[in-house]
Design a protein around this ligand. Structure first.
Ligand SMILES: [Zn+2]
Length: 90
């Protein structure tokens, strides 16, 4: 495991950040237990890069749901999810 801090991405070597980001979608979808949600919420409040990521995800979902109120094609959802995943991986 590489734990060298990256000045451009302070979350890169932080296991708390990795976990928070990995669970952001579950958090947004309300799939986590209350206990997990509290842990993620606390981290998002304390860690501004992760908080920014969360804000971005929230806004993206709002845009998608406003533009595609009837139904979002799975292909589009998958493309967006894939783009986000690639961005998260740098
Ligand atoms: Zn973080």
């Amino acid at each position: 495991m590489m734990q060298t801090p990256d000045p451009d991405d302070p979350c890169a070597g932080n296991p708390d950040c990795q976990q928070a980001l990995a669970e952001i979608y579950g958090y947004l979808d309300g799939e986590l237990t209350v206990e997990r949600r509290t842990i993620i919420r606390t981290h998002l409040d304390l860690c501004s890069p992760c908080g920014d990521r969360y804000t971005f995800e929230t806004e993206l979902r709002q845009v998608v749901s406003m533009r595609c109120q009837e139904s979002v094609p799975d292909a589009l959802k998958n493309r967006i999810a894939e783009a986000i995943r690639q961005e998260m991986q740098g």
